[in-house]
Design a protein around this ligand. Structure first.
Ligand code: PLP
Length: 450
């Protein structure tokens, strides 16, 4: 399977160069493996199959591209959204409200009203948000209407931090959810759930990359026990759905998918056996693990140089498409592939070199002191495992355009075919996004009176 994916990716790179998707007019491009995405979604379904109904959703922030959401929806995966924008994308992809979950620590009253009105499940983050929902539910009740959508409460089980602080959401002091271990909070949750028969879900998400599986499973166990307690005290199954979040880490060091959905599901089955007994509906919200290994960035090497004994290749892939790697390189290292101008792997002897991007700041590096075949102008570099949170989340630095994204697959004759997922940003769009229509806004009529 891995071999097949690696061959497919290599063939796609050669085809992309041959067809001009990567070249002087498009010096950086992003490619997505359609078959790889389909297979990954199927692995997810298989891992969680059992008596419990499961709604798998995709965390839209990991790959905010409507055709990707459509593809995942075709594979039975809904959407987890965290803003009005992400909800709009999910709707544009045809994902039904019943397969959409709305999380965000900063939902506005308008967003909450829209979610209830349209039947999108909401996970409340905190007591103030719950109070807003009370008012909205009362408003609807006064009009003879039910709450409109399932409502959950996000729990922070405060299980601890993973290896990347910025990605850990279940720490003692996390900004997310209700801090369950704080004094009196568990009782508050139970009392407040019992007072709201329409609160039927509990939600937890322990973090995103760098969180050990055991910690994720421990969060799920804590939330499961909490649901059991609420249901016991309610004398009925009030909490009927457990949303266990996403956060399965991705192996950026090699081609193997590790850990697998299967490994995580097995750990859950042993840590919280009753989770799968069919009494609860499960919701998952995986993002990175569904897409990271299914996409990559390819870019031309524009120049190569040396400074103070340091060898540097200046490429067209930088912070605008790989923001986290540029700003937090220790946490987000990427594997780099070196290819010639035709997209064929380079066999030149390896030398230690830096792979830099086009942005005008010194930290715009994709790799430091990396051993790679000596790169030359016109060569191609690939940044592997960038299908999630990279090119789909561009950073408009230096007015660099967002690159095109193409999906690729093999046709029945074994040829690589491409389909445009997102066009490259045009210079007219950059102008419009930069206030060009407001020319004069700061110069006409704003001079101070003398
Ligand atoms: C970001 C996020 C996810 C997805 O995390 P991944 O690490 O991409 O799987 C899921 N749920 C919530 C609430 C999130 O914020």
């Amino acid at each position: 399977m891995v071999l097949d994916a690696v061959t497919r990716r290599q063939d796609a790179l050669v085809a992309a160069v041959r067809e001009g998707l990567l070249g002087p007019e498009a010096p950086v491009v992003a490619l997505l493996d359609v078959q790889g995405i389909r297979e990954t979604a199927r692995q997810l379904h298989a891992a969680f199959a059992g008596p419990s109904p499961v709604l798998h959703t995709f965390a839209v922030k990991a790959g905010a591209l409507v055709p990707v959401l459509e593809l995942l929806a075709a594979e039975g995966v809904g959407c987890e959204v965290a803003s009005a924008g992400e909800l709009t994308l999910a709707r544009a992809a045809g994902v039904p409200a019943t397969r959409t979950v709305f999380d965000s620590p900063a939902k506005t009253v308008g967003e909450l009203r829209d979610a209830l009105e349209s039947g999108v499940a909401v996970n409340a983050d905190n007591p103030q948000e719950l109070a807003r929902l009370d008012a909205l539910v009362a408003e609807r009740a006064a009009a003879g209407r039910d709450p409109g959508a399932p409502v959950g409460l996000r729990i922070n089980p405060q299980v601890g931090t993973g290896s990347i602080g910025a990605m850990s959401t279940a720490t003692a002091t996390s900004k997310f959810g209700v801090a369950l271990r704080d004094k009196g909070v568990e009782q508050w949750v139970v009392d407040n759930a019992l007072a709201r028969p329409w609160l039927t879900r509990l939600h937890t998400h322990t973090g995103s990359q760098g969180v050990p599986l055991e910690l994720m499973a421990e969060s799920v166990r804590v939330v499961f026990e909490l649901a059991e307690r609420i249901n016991r005290e309610a004398g009925r199954t009030q909490i009927d759905t457990l949303d266990i979040g996403g956060g399965l880490p991705v192996n950026f060091a090699g081609d193997e998918t590790e850990p697998s959905f299967d490994a995580y599901a097995r750990l859950l089955r042993s840590t919280v056996p009753a989770l799968f007994d069919g009494r609860y509906t499960l919701v998952t919200e995986f993002g990175r693990s569904l897409l990271a290994k299914q996409g990559f960035i390819a870019a031309l090497v524009e120049y190569t140089k040396s400074a103070g004994g340091r060898r540097i290749a200046i490429t067209h892939a930088g912070a605008h498409v790989a923001t986290r790697t540029a700003f937090a390189p220790e946490s987000w290292p990427l594997r780099v592939g070196a290819f010639d101008a035709q997209g064929v792997p380079k066999s030149a002897p390896e030398v230690v070199q830096d792979v830099a991007g086009p942005c005008c700041f010194a930290g715009d590096l994709m790799a430091r002191e990396r051993s790679l075949p000596a790169l030359e102008p016109g060569d191609v570099v690939a940044l592997w495992d960038t299908g999630a949170y990279y090119f789909s989340t561009p950073f408009q630095y230096n007015s660099l355009p967002r690159p095109a994204v193409h999906g690729f697959w093999r046709d029945s004759e074994g040829r690589i075919r491409f389909s445009l997922v997102r066009p490259a940003q045009q210079i007219e769009e950059i102008l419009a996004d930069s206030g060009a229509a407001q020319c004069g806004a700061l110069t006409s009529g704003t001079a101070p009176a003398r």
